[in-house]
Design a protein around this ligand. Structure first.
Ligand code: MN3
Length: 201
């Protein structure tokens, strides 16, 4: 079963004014679709063509050598964007409560300090990539990955990720990546992040 682009769980304009509708439409319909098409083309005819994207990304070294680069970038792009769309929603934001809220406070000192550290990871990512809240097997951590690399390839479980490629923000924010990251917090669906945390914690 080849990969396919999942429908956005909300309208293109649902994250306005924080993320504009045109950015969402191009990002989902063009960028994400290209990752899916390229991943499927790379995997076609290999024994990996019917495996899950998680399976592929956690076994990159087992793929044929000439497939590893294209699959890392494009299956990674598919996985990352699917997680990204699911992690946002209209009327979201705020702060998580419950076990996730407690874990963030005990790991980072406060929710505000956590936000500052994740923002710093995104701002500090040179070029294109992602900033992540992950569970690393023992607890919460913030990491950053280049390009479309994903923490699952390093054995970590991504709980929340933010795309800091210019295509994620340039139409509205131009070079102001920090402003985009400040606005993005208003879209975070903490219910979904808490479910991911509960599954690994
Ligand atoms: Mn993107």
């Amino acid at each position: 079963m080849a990969f396919s682009v999942p429908d956005l769980p909300y309208a293109f304009d649902a994250l306005e004014p924080h993320i504009d509708a045109q950015t969402m439409e191009i990002h989902h319909d063009k960028h994400h679709a290209a990752y899916v098409n390229n991943a499927n083309a790379a995997l076609e005819g290999t024994e990996w063509a019917d495996r899950s994207v998680e399976d592929v990304l956690t076994n990159l070294a087992a793929l044929p050598a000439d497939k590893q680069g294209p699959v890392r970038n494009n299956a990674g792009g598919h996985y990352n964007h699917t997680l990204f769309w699911e992690s946002m929603g209209p009327g979201k934001g705020g702060e998580p409560g419950g076990a996730l809220g407690d874990a963030i406070a005990s790991t980072f000192g406060s929710f505000g300090e956590f936000q500052a550290q994740l923002k710093a990871a995104g701002v500090g990512r040179f070029g294109s990539g992602w900033a992540w809240l992950v569970h690393n097997g023992s607890g919460l951590a913030i990491v950053s990955t280049p390009n479309q690399d994903n923490p699952i390839s390093d054995g970590h479980t991504p709980l929340l990720g933010v795309d800091v490629w210019e295509h994620a923000y340039y139409l509205k924010y131009q070079n102001r990546r920090p402003d985009y990251l400040d606005a993005w917090w208003h879209t975070v669906n903490w219910d979904v992040v808490a479910e991911r945390f509960a599954a690994v914690a």
